[in-house]
Every structure is written in C-alpha cells, then in structure tokens.
Write a protein that binds this ligand. Structure first.
Ligand code: ATP
Ligand code: NCN
Length: 400
C-alpha cells in the first residue's frame, strides 16, 4: 500500500533536528578525516527521532531549529567553474556536440511569491533535456583525469550545517531515472532529518573490469551518466576515476579517493561565517539490494565494511523486495555502525531496473520515460545493449 494513503502517515519533515556530533573543523593534512556519525538514533535503527530540543542550539550560538535551506549550487556564481559552455576533454569524439549557447540556470520560478513551505526548489525543476548546452566531459584516459568540481559548492549556504557529499557506486548500465531519483530522495532525507548540507552528488561508475553481465564499456557508461547529469540535473556530477582504473577498485577505496580529493587536497568546504574550512562528510548512496549483498559471504571484506560504514556512512534507498530494516538488525557490522546509516523510504515506489531496460532494448521495446532522452539517443547511436536486434525508434535520429 502507498504509505502516504495511511491515515496515520507522518511526513518525514516532522522528524528533523537530528544533531550530528560536531566534526573537526580543521582538516588534517595527511590522514583521512575522523568519522562523525549521522545521528544518535537511540533505540531506533533507521527511523531517527527528534534529538532533544537543546540541540537546536548550535555551536555559534544561533538557534537554527526552523531553518530549512536548500543546499546545492543554484547559480553560476555558486559554482567553482561552469560546465555549460566548455568541453573539458575535446579528445573524446564519441558524440557530436551541439553548438554551445549561454544557459541561465536561474529561472523565472525563483520570482514566484510562494509560501516557503511549498516553494519548489530551483534545483528540482531542472529540465535541461533539450537545452543544447555543452556537457562536462570526463577524461577517457587516467593520465588526463581531473576530479570534477564544476558543481561542487565552494561554501555552505547555511553555516550552521555540516557539508556532505553523496557518492553512488554502481554499474549504471545504463543510468535510469531511478538512479537519478535516488539522489533527490537522499537530498530530501538529508535536509529534513539531519544537520548536514549536501554540497555535491557524484556517480562513480564501476570499471569494465567488474565482471557483471550486461556491463557496457566504462567509457559509454560514464558518458551516459554525464548526459543524464548535465541534461536533467543542476547538481549531480560523474567521476570517472574508478572507471579508469586498470583493475577493479573496491568501494572502500573509491570513498577514500573522494575523501582525498575533497578533504585532503581541497581542505573541505568553506564556512562563510568563520572563513574556516570544514571537513566534508562523504556517504555512499546505495539501494537495498546492494546493502543486502553486504551480508552475502565472500562479496565484501569485513574490514571494508567497517571502513565504509564507520568512517564514511551509508544512505540506503529501500528497494522493493528487500527488507533493509530487518537486514540492518541482523547484520553485526551494519548494526554496529547503525548511527552512520540512514534508510530512505521511497514514498513513490520506483523500481526501474537497468537489467530490464537492457532486455527491453534487445526486444525492440520502448524505453522512453524510463531514462533520459539523451541517454536513449546515446544508446541508439552507439548500438548498445541490443545485440544486433533493431532498437524501436522511440526518439528522433538526431544525435546529441
Ligand atoms: N529499484 C531500485 N531501488 C533502489 N535502489 C536501486 C534500484 N535499482 C538500482 N538501485 C541502486 O542503484 C545503484 C546502482 O546500481 P546498478 O547500476 O548496479 O543497478 P541496477 O539498476 O540494479 O543494475 P542491474 O539491473 O544491471 O543489476 C545500486 O546502489 C543499486 O542498489
Ligand atoms: O568493495 C567491494 O568489496 C564491493 C563488493 C561488491 C560490490 N561492490 C560495488 O557495488 C556496486 C554495485 O554492484 P552490483 O554488483 O550490485 O552492480 C559496484 O560499484 C561495485 O563496485 C563493491
């Protein structure tokens, strides 16, 4: 049953004001940041209750209990540099680029006078599918690699919060609207239930060395993720580092890479109030099935699970058919680190699966409205997934 139809349904926004223990404000130069947990969940594993009201007093003395801030870069001025008009890697000639035009990301909705509680966030009405702006491209060779920061907020918009970067690891073969929705669900859960501010979201597609059925070559999966991010989102990015590694890289090491790039090399995120840089929490975003794989023998190393869940933390999007809450209770390492885990309920169930998308394509069925048009066009243009069977013409032949 749709949980919102339940007469006793309580919107998650009522469960805000979870106070995380304060992270260190200074970033150590050499060693990774000390872990700090999402919330003191008390006796609930995945349904954090409000923290005692005294916690609405924060370190600088301001009371922020009613603050509700959108936390992602909205304007070009908020970004460290812009991706819209320039191609970073011109050596990748996979796909023909449309002419660059100037795109103004602020939109007229910002001018609407609406009560704050129902105001649509500008970040969530990005509809860039048909806007022919240039796409930020990742390198196709490791030696050309640069960590993407064009949408990483350079400072916090709410100085009372702690910065958080969300990282999704997976195949993304191909990326779908579910993979995009996962980040939006995480963004809502974080801003409503914690004192963190999301400063960026990254996809890290797995390398071609990950032996999984249906895995398209990494450069295609990275490119499809880039198209999806740049055409449909105003805050998501793709990091090709993992995909460019000569060998398969364990997820614990992928998170270390993000920590290195954001906290060690860049020193964290600026607190505008004090001018100091704050350590940025990095969390793995995963579906319930991925988390349950952590309980299967010989898939994950225990020390990696301690590292991922203890040092970083995990945002788990419930997936139909997987009982995440019971799993959290039953798994010793998960339970040990439960305070660093946030389970995100899907209020509108979405179960789009890449496996089924690939099957539909092989059968010549339409996949429109399951993944972004730009990704569908890319699949058609590169004849991915359809093993010599024709893909049903769901889009025009026009390439991106
Ligand atoms: N329906 C879903 N609900 C919640 N999370 C999901 C769902 N589908 C995928 N995910 C999550 O998305 C991330 C990327 O997964 P991946 O690309 O391997 O997913 P997939 O769509 O299940 O792919 P495949 O069908 O090829 O196994 C993983 O964390 C996975 O758990
Ligand atoms: O680090 C590990 O030991 C590990 C073990 C199993 C899976 N993963 C990661 O989990 C992600 C999704 O895997 P899969 O098989 O569900 O597509 C992918 O990014 C893998 O690198 C990682």
């Amino acid at each position: 049953m749709d949980p919102t139809n339940d007469p006793n349904f309580t919107p998650p926004s009522l469960a805000r004001n979870i106070e995380p223990p304060a992270p260190p404000s200074r970033i150590p130069n050499h060693i990774p940041i000390q872990p700090f947990v999402l919330a003191d969940l008390g006796n609930a594993v995945d349904a954090p209750t409000s923290h005692p009201s005294k916690n609405s007093k924060i370190e600088d003395g301001k009371n922020n209990s009613d603050n509700y801030h959108s936390k992602i870069p909205r304007k070009h001025g908020d970004l460290s540099n812009s991706s819209s008009d320039e191609e970073v890697n011109t050596t990748n000639s996979d796909i023909q680029q449309p002419p660059s035009v100037n795109v103004t990301r602020t939109n007229s909705h910002n001018n609407l006078v609406l009560p704050p509680t129902i105001q649509v966030r500008s970040s969530q009405i990005a509809d860039l599918e048909e806007v022919p702006h240039g796409i930020q491209r990742q390198a196709v060779k490791l030696e050309d690699y640069h960590f993407p920061t064009h949408r990483l907020a350079t400072s916090l918009s709410d100085d009372t919060k702690y910065p958080l970067v969300i990282v999704a690891c997976g195949s993304f073969s191909p990326i779908t609207y579910l993979h995009l929705r996962m980040f939006e669900m995480a963004l809502d859960a974080i801003s409503e239930q914690t004192k963190f501010e999301v400063v960026a979201g990254y996809y890290s597609p797995v390398s071609s060395n990950y032996k999984k059925q249906g895995l398209a070559p990494a450069r295609h999966r990275v490119r499809m993720c880039e198209l999806a991010c740049e055409r449909t989102s105003s805050w998501l990015m793709v990091d090709a580092w993992e995909s460019l590694q000569p060998k398969y890289t364990r997820t614990a090491l992928v998170l270390d890479h993000f920590n290195e790039e954001i906290n060690i090399k860049r020193g964290g995120i600026v607190n505008k109030l004090t001018g100091e840089k704050r350590a940025c929490k990095i969390m793995l975003l995963a579906g319930g099935d991925l988390i349950e794989s952590m309980g299967e023998p010989d898939v994950w190393e225990d020390q990696d699970l301690h590292h991922i869940l203890g040092r970083y933390g995990c945002l788990i999007v419930e997936r139909t058919g997987s009982d995440v809450r019971s799993f959290l209770l039953s798994h010793d390492i998960m339970y040990e680190h439960r305070r660093n885990v946030l389970v995100i309920k899907q209020l509108i169930y979405n179960d789009i699966s890449s496996t089924k998308i690939r099957l539909f394509i092989r059968r010549g069925m339409s996949v429109q409205y399951l993944l972004p048009n730009s990704v569908i066009r890319y699949i058609q243009q590169h004849k991915l997934y359809y093993d010599s069977e024709p893909v049903k013409q769901v889009m025009s032949d026009k390439a991106d």
